[in-house]
Write a protein that binds this ligand. Structure first.
Ligand SMILES: *[C@@H]1O[C@H](CO)[C@@H](O)[C@H](O)[C@H]1NC(C)=O
Ligand SMILES: *[C@@H]1O[C@H](CO)[C@@H](O)[C@H](O)[C@H]1NC(C)=O
Ligand SMILES: *[C@@H]1O[C@H](CO)[C@@H](O)[C@H](O)[C@H]1NC(C)=O
Ligand SMILES: *[C@@H]1O[C@H](CO)[C@@H](O)[C@H](O)[C@H]1NC(C)=O
Ligand SMILES: *[C@@H]1O[C@H](CO)[C@@H](O)[C@H](O)[C@H]1NC(C)=O
Ligand SMILES: *[C@@H]1O[C@H](CO)[C@@H](O)[C@H](O)[C@H]1NC(C)=O
Length: 458
């Protein structure tokens, strides 16, 4: 395995990260040697998850990157607090709050960073349930699956310096007559689209009008409002060949083209009024990198004689072209770029980790793990560059910095309740726990309150 880390890191003077990253790569190698991956389902495949039959007796579900990440995290101290990162970006997405007056006597609004705050009790609870929303994917349907505690449902997000209005689906649908939305990205994006649709479906039931062969990209329509919502499956946002067979067995590394965007979203881009774009964890997978259709290197490809470029290299390069495409597009709609969300695996990883907390953390009580931090730092840096360019071109590009507020919700994941009644037959059953995706209803519902705030009150 040839690691050429010097090239990739020397410019950044981040030697501490270099050590941690190297350890993570080595652990990823270990993970790969131990497991063969195959996906566990067909009709509703979960992209970040891949079920792995260990060569012996256990059938376990792991994600190579989450696994490696969690393993490395367990061994590594975190590198910095979330607040440190957030404070650098306090100027972004500032929201109006208290009315003041400018020198002309016109009301101006005090700025409030919507993404810094705490979760506070919300006795009224979620606006939908497993019984009222038929669109919740099985693995995220914690209520139906028998999750015994319900405290995680009774919190709302409170930005430190202002109040957040609850998403008003009726008002929202009214504003969205004849409009189209798309949520573009991986399974966290799909998790979000379900939350979005479930809230809107309290007013009118969404009608599914399209799905691709694998049920990964979908489209829904709200007939009375002629409002269209799409989930566009594009886990890398760039052109990628993913070698998973019918059962999801990965037979080769991902072939990722760092200089070509995924047409799945770029072709629809001009016709969309609103977009939420995100990516993240898929970049941690074993990949061969291409530029100009020529192999330029790889990330974790020990069997190949290629230069290790590091996932951070690919992530930065891809986000640069994604955001550049957007910033120079002359698009007249609203485009949101969402940051990566953290997982909360403790005492292990995808095959043996847990998330048993039933309450949120308070601001400052938990720090971001180093892999998510690397992803987020790249996102923030690339977004900052792109947003200046977008402003020059009159493109409405905004950041949804959901990393920190999501980090405070270790209680919001399905854990063992990704399966239906996991302990019905055996209360000590060994079951796969999902500490990455979010229960529905759950904390991810608050994302919509924030988006609404940014659309209505900007
Ligand atoms: C919803 O979940 C409850 C348990 O919380 C269960 O009794 C009920 O059958 C579920 N309903 C549907 C439609 O899944
Ligand atoms: C929606 O589109 C229809 C048909 O083009 C048009 O008649 C209607 O006025 C539009 N409504 C809004 C709110 O733009
Ligand atoms: C629905 O909205 C689309 C734009 O998204 C518009 O082209 C179409 O005319 C609208 N249809 C009706 C019946 O209003
Ligand atoms: C891309 O590759 C083609 C041939 O495959 C070559 O002609 C061209 O110069 C290359 N472009 C760049 C920018 O490297
Ligand atoms: C790996 O590539 C280098 C440079 O391209 C070459 O010198 C070396 O012989 C290769 N090693 C193997 C084992 O193929
Ligand atoms: C979880 O698995 C990893 C690697 O397979 C191992 O290093 C770790 O000790 C395990 N943790 C627990 C709590 O069993």
């Amino acid at each position: 395995m040839k690691l050429n880390w010097k090239d990739c890191w020397s410019l950044k003077k981040q030697n501490h990260l270099l050590v941690k990253l190297t350890i993570s790569i080595l652990l990823m190698g270990l993970a790969f040697r131990l497991f063969v991956f195959k996906s566990e389902e067909f009709t509703a495949p979960s992209d970040l998850e891949t079920s792995a039959s260990a060569d012996v007796d256990r059938a376990e579900v792991v994600t190579e990157e989450a696994k490696a990440g969690a393993e490395a995290e367990a061994k590594q101290p975190v590198v910095s607090t979330v607040d440190d990162d957030v404070s650098e970006y306090e100027d972004q997405n500032q929201m109006p709050q208290n009315e003041l007056e400018d020198q002309n006597g016109m009301p101006i609004k005090e700025k409030c960073n919507l993404f810094i705050g705490d979760w506070v009790p919300n006795p009224s609870g979620p606006v939908y349930t497993n019984a009222t929303c038929p669109l919740i994917e099985g693995h995220q349907n914690c209520m139906r699956n028998g999750r015994p505690d319900s405290g995680y449902l009774y919190w709302r997000w409170k930005p430190r310096d202002c109040e957040l209005t609850q998403f008003d689906p009726e008002n929202f649908l009214d504003m969205m007559r004849n409009k189209t939305w798309a949520l573009i990205g991986d399974s966290i994006s799909r998790n979000h689209v379900q939350s979005f649709l479930c809230i809107l479906s309290t007013v009118e039931q969404a009608v599914e009008v399209y799905h691709d062969e694998e049920y990964r990209s979908k489209r829904w329509h709200f007939p009375s409002y002629n409002f269209t919502v799409s989930a566009i499956w594009s886990p890398f946002l760039a052109k990628a060949a993913i070698f998973e067979d019918y059962n999801g067995v990965s037979t080769s590394e991902v072939e990722l083209h760092l200089d070509k965007l995924d047409k799945k979203w770029t072709e629809q881009f001009p016709n969309l009024d609103y977009m939420i774009i995100s990516t993240g964890k898929w970049f941690l997978k074993s990949s061969i990198y291409y530029e100009n259709d020529t192999v330029v290197g790889c990330h974790y490809c020990p069997k190949r004689n290629l230069t290790e470029l590091g996932f951070d290299f690919a992530y930065g390069k891809t986000l640069r072209s994604v955001l550049d495409f957007i910033a120079t597009s002359k698009h007249k709609g609203s485009i949101f770029f969402r940051t990566a969300t953290p997982d909360h695996f403790e005492h292990g990883d995808w095959h043996n980790g847990t998330c048993e907390k039933t309450d949120p953390f308070k601001e400052g009580e938990i720090e971001l793990n180093y892999l998510t931090k690397i992803l987020r730092d790249i996102e923030l840096a690339e977004f900052e560059k792109a947003s200046a360019k977008a402003a020059e071109n009159g493109v409405n590009l905004k950041l949804l910095d959901f990393t920190s507020l999501s980090l405070l919700r270790p209680d919001g994941h399905p854990g063992p309740y990704r399966e239906f009644q996991p302990f019905a037959k055996d209360k000590n059953a060994r079951v796969q726990k999902d500490c990455l995706h979010w229960c529905l209803p759950g904390p991810i519902d608050a994302w919509n309150d924030l988006i609404m705030e940014m659309i209505v009150n900007r």
